[in-house]
Design a binder for this molecule. Sequence first.
Ligand SMILES: *Cc1c(COP(=O)(O)O)cnc(C)c1O
Length: 396
Amino acid sequence: MPGFEFFGEEERKEVNDVLNSGVLMRYGFDNARSDWKALELEKLLAQKMEVKHAHLVSSGTAALSVALIAAGIGSGDEVIMPTFTFVATFEAILSVGAIPILVNIDETLGLDPDAVAEAITKKTKAIMPVHMCGSMSNLGPLKKLCKKHKLKLIEDACQAIGGSYKNKPLGSIGDIGCFSFDYVKTITCGEGGAIVTNNPKYYTNAEYFSDHGHDHIGKDRGADKHPFIGYNFRISELHAAVGVAQIQKLDSFLATQKKYFTIIENALKTIPQVTFREIPKGGEQNYSFISFFLPNKSVTKKVHAALGTAGIDASFYWFDNNWHYHRKWRHFKHLKTLSYYSNAIYNQLPNYDKIDFSDSDKIMSRTISCLIKLSWTEEEVKLRAEKMVAVIKENL
Ligand SMILES: *Cc1c(COP(=O)(O)O)cnc(C)c1O
C-alpha cells in the first residue's frame, strides 16, 4: 500500500518548485509565487475521482471532521460507523459533538446493512462506511437506506483510493468522500487529506471552514469575509507538492498491487479451509491488502504468530489490535477525555460495555490481513506466497 516506497525525483522536483518560489502557504501571496500545488492536486484528484469538487486538508482525520461539518452534522446527531476502522472515525464524529453509533460488520469487513437498518433512529443523520484495507462495504443497500431515511452517506475512503463500486470511484459514491494522504497510505503527501463531492454547497462549506471561514473571494486575504466560524485544517504547499507527484503514480501502484495480490490469492486458494473477504457485487478493490478467513479463532491466532516467526512481515490480526477494532477502544467506550465534552455526548453515548458485538467478533477473530508492498519483486512475492501456504497448512 504505501506510496512512500516509491519516492524519488518526481516528488523532489515538485517540492523544489515550492522551495524555489518560497511560498509555502496555499492561499495568498499571488505575486510572489509561480506555483499553486494545492490547486493542481485538487484538480488532479477531482478528475481521478470523477467528481466536481475536491478540497485538500491537513489530514484524513481533518477530512472526516470537515465532511461532517460541511454536511451540517453536529451536537447530538447520531452517525453510524463500523466496529472495524481506525480510531480517527469516532474521533472525528466526537470532534463535531455528534454521537458515534458502532454497528456490526459483515464478511465484507465493512458495515452490515441489516445491522445498520436496525440502528437507525430519529437522531441518525449520517452513515459512515469505512473502506478498510482497500475494499468496500455493501454500498448499494447502504445508499438505499440513506435515501429512505434521508441520511447523508459519508465515505471514509482513506484506505481505499483507486477502488471502485459499479464503475464509480470509492469516495465518489456518497454525499462526501474522504481520503488520507498520511505517510502509510497508498499515495502520500507526508501528511494530508481531502474531501471530494459533487455538492457545491458542501464543497464551499468545506473550503471556507478549513481556512477559518475565509470566503476566498478576491485576492486580498485580509479583505475576505467570514460568513461563518471556521477552523484551520489547511494543507501546506510543500505537502501538496508531494501529492502532485504521487497521484500521477497511483495507476502504476494499483497495477503492481493487483499483480502481487493475485499471486498470493491464487496460492492461498489451493487451501480449502481458507476463504476470502467478500467483495460486494460490482466492486473492485484497490488491492492494498489481502484479507482472508481461517476456520476458527485459535487456528487464526496460531497462523498469525507463525507467519511472523516465518518472516512474513506486515500481516495483521485486527481482532487484538489496539487501534483498529472496537475491543481495545476502552478510552472511547468510557470517554477518557482531557476536558469535558458537550453534554449531548455524555447523555447519548450508548453504554458500549453492554452492547453485543459478537457478530463482528465472530468474523474478526478469524481474519488475517496482509499488506501488499510495492517494493517487492515478483520473485519475492512468489516465495512469500509459497511460504504463507506452508505456514497455514502446518497450523491448520
Ligand atoms: C489513516 C486513516 C484515517 C486518518 O487519516 P490521517 O491522515 O492519518 O489523519 C482515517 N480513517 C482511516 C480508515 C484511515 O486508515
